[in-house]
Design a protein around this ligand. Structure first.
Ligand code: PLP
Length: 401
């Protein structure tokens, strides 16, 4: 009988080699690893890329346990660790491009991913074309002879468009283009990247893997073909993380599945309540039909999480400010994936710099929510009070118009 995927969140990475017989692997700190004989040192050198203690930058048993766990939950042949998600993205890209190459980047990518392409890639002579997240088959027309990477992020940052990953991967592979996915939203639970043709799956482990808003961490899990070059190039660029951070990433995996299920249940409840609100134009939650690409969510994902957006009918910023300023349970703050609820607003004009080809041209302000593990009745009451503050200012404006 094959094991339920849920079980692997408990068992992944817990090889006795790393744990030394306790439940969690000890935090093993090291720069220098010492050898007693020439033969031992030679053995370590030969196996240095293969989870053998060699030198701190290659990792210790704590790192090896976390790397094993990531490949067990996401698939793939190996996992490179980075000090944050942004480093994982930039190093994965840098490991495979050279001057004269071309990248196809989804227009709804995380903002620093766009900035990296527009500055460092540009400076290196690597060209970027942004494509619409819902392009599907149309990606064919954007492929050039020098296209090296097709980069996806699904759902997209802020506007939440879900991509047709298998179709895009299939077309890319016809031309030997490397498919990279920012899989932070899927979190290694809800979307199996290697089943859908992804070659390198990247996560800001800062988000749900760590899950407690207290560690910066990035991961990139690669297929058999791309694992050796990713590992060696990232190593040359000096990418490594503290064993304490690797430990906390691994510990987060133990509760990842249960946390995500609760985040998903809570967020769907809040999203459905928002759909009934007269202030709301539409809700962009992948599990709801009003989210672009919802059909791909239904087809390819096994569940959701706490992060989604909704668009207000109005873009009156004084009213939005009144809504945001008085919240009790929702704090304003970057990042997401912790146990706590967060709220951020994007006015329509903000998309002029965030999008090249897929500006949604909203009339109203977009609000992004991260729904935490609080009781949803408390969260809904908080939003309801926020709408009362919001409506008072909308009415005031209408009265003076
Ligand atoms: C936060 C985030 C990142 C960057 O992760 P950091 O650890 O903050 O550098 C990358 N991609 C997505 C989708 C994110 O939300």
């Amino acid at each position: 009988m094959s094991e339920s995927p849920k079980t692997k969140f408990v068992t992944a990475g817990r090889d006795k080699k790393w744990t030394n017989g306790v439940v969690n692997p000890p935090v093993q700190r090291a720069s220098t690893i010492v050898f007693d004989t020439v033969a031992e040192k030679q053995q370590a050198t030969i196996n240095r890329a293969n989870k053998t203690l060699f030198y701190g930058r290659r990792g210790t048993n704590t790192h090896f346990a976390f790397q094993d766990a990531m490949t067990e939950i996401e698939g793939g042949a190996g996992c490179a660790l980075y000090p944050c998600g942004t480093a994982a993205i930039s190093n994965a890209i840098l490991s495979f491009v050279e001057t004269g190459d071309h990248i196809l980047m989804v227009d709804t990518c995380y903002e620093p991913t766009r900035d990296f392409c527009d500055t460092i890639m540009k400076k290196m002579g690597v060209e970027t074309t942004y494509y619409n997240p819902t392009i599907g088959d149309g990606i064919r027309e954007l492929i050039k002879p020098n296209t090296k990477i097709l980069f996806l992020e699904s759902p997209g940052s802020i506007t939440m468009e879900v991509q047709d990953v298998p179709t895009l991967s299939k077309i890319a592979h016809e031309q030997d283009i490397i498919v990279m996915l920012d899989n932070t939203w899927g979190a290694g639970v809800n979307f199996s990247p290697f089943d859908f043709g992804v070659d390198i799956s990247i996560q800001a482990a800062t988000k749900y893997i760590v899950g407690h808003s207290d560690v910066m961490l990035g991961t990139a899990v690669a297929s058999e073909k791309y694992w050796p070059p990713l590992r060696e190039q990232s190593y040359l660029m000096g990418q490594c993380v503290s064993p304490d951070d690797a430990y906390l990433g691994l510990r987060g995996i133990r509760t990842l599945d249960v946390r995500l299920r609760q985040h998903a249940e809570n967020s769907l409840k809040v999203a459905k309540w928002l759909q009934s609100r007269p202030e709301v134009d539409h809700v962009r939650h992948p599990a709801l039909e009003t989210c672009p690409g919802h059909e791909f969510f239904e087809r390819d994902f096994t569940g959701g999480n706490g992060l989604f957006s909704f668009v207000l009918k109005s873009s009156y910023s004084k009213a939005t400010t009144a809504l945001l300023d008085g919240m009790k349970h929702f704090s304003m703050g970057y990042s997401w994936g912790g146990f706590e609820s967060l709220i951020l607003a994007n006015e329509p004009k903000s998309f002029n710099s965030l999008r090249t080809v897929a500006n949604p041209n909203f009339e109203g302000t977009l609000i992004r929510l991260h729904i935490g593990l609080e009781d949803t009745d408390d969260l809904i009451a908080d939003l309801e009070a926020g709408f009362a503050r919001y409506n008072a200012l909308i009415l005031e404006k209408e009265a003076t118009a």
